[in-house]
Design a protein around this ligand. Sequence first.
Ligand SMILES: Nc1ncnc2c1ncn2[C@@H]1O[C@H](COP(=O)(O)OP(=O)(O)OP(=O)(O)O)[C@@H](O)[C@H]1O
Length: 385
Amino acid sequence: MAIHFEQVSFAYDDRSLWRHSALENVTLHVARGAFAAIAGASGSGKSTLMQLFNGLLKPTAGKVRVLDVTLQAGEKASGMRELRRRVGLVFQFPEQQLFEDTVEKDLCFGPLNFGCPAAEARERASRALALVGLDDSFLARNPFHLSGGQMRKVAIASVLAMEPDVIALDEPTATLDPQSRAELAGMLSRLHREQGKTLIVVTHRMEEMLPYAERWIVMNEGRIAFQGTPGELVREAVRLEAEGLKLPDSIHCWRAVSARFGLEAEEPCLTAEALAERLARLMPRTQPAVAGNAVMNKAGGVPENAAVPSVMPGNTAELPAVLPAVPGTESQRPVPAAAVLGLGPEAVKAKSVLEEKTVQAAAAGRPGTEQAVFAVRGAAREGGG
Ligand SMILES: Nc1ncnc2c1ncn2[C@@H]1O[C@H](COP(=O)(O)OP(=O)(O)OP(=O)(O)O)[C@@H](O)[C@H]1O
């Protein structure tokens, strides 16, 4: 186990008049090599939790075990320096911690500080930069002359240069533009897959990490509201929303689709690609190549005069080959998949992660067609998502 918390509580300014309890009775575990995500409302204790991972904060009650170091409330711990090297924390806006006049100096700072010889520190700097997808030409550049996304990557590389076993990042994609956010999320996933690092990402954009995180921890007012797999998260969705957690639309969309087609026991499809492939497999085997070319009205809803087929499990032949276009509307956006599938009122909850995405789903083994092309778009909900 990389991280194990046993009934951990933490209070800022403990034993003072200003005592503020941030964590209460938290028991959690993250396996070695896992990709975990921590979600929860602002102030729910996510950043505090993260700072307990490398002993930056110590529990005021309970026991924290990280790798082979135990931090017990009220006891002095040994091995803290090594723990800080092995568990790298990337704080919000890490680029604010860059301070040298070249990227190379910034990347070498940590390793040199931990006694690494200069030549090895430079090798590590180059390797860390490659891991975040930047080449050696960046080494000589001034970090303050880079784009926001590049600075963020360099700041993450400066933690990677320490070659930690566990990396915890607090809102790594905050304030980045959509393309840099997607790039960074993909880069973290690669780091986890190819380097076998234990990765823990604090996020309030759950949808960004849903394709990657295999374990979720949800905080609510300093307590654990949920921990488990994405499938378990979907099953607990109603309770979590009742407790005030806003869940991403991809979860609503899968709940609606899985309830409609009796797929609740399956692993959830929480990305547009996975959902499109699953929908492709619902298609009848003899279906010709399909293009969902119906259009939406301006509000993004289902056109009133669009035929909404009734599709039941085992009765998928009723899916129309080509969805009807609606005259007199300007939009040429694809019709909402959820509504086309006859999901009715549930689909209203499913504004899309799938939005604006046309997905090619392989439909292997289907006579007569090599690919079913789905123009997939979830039903729009004003202000949702
Ligand atoms: N240095 C501090 N001193 C006193 N209280 C603090 C301190 N840092 C955080 N807190 C309080 O502890 C609680 C948990 O804060 P924390 O920053 O861990 O939440 P969070 O879930 O990470 O929030 P956010 O998503 O806004 O970053 C909050 O009530 C916060 O006000």
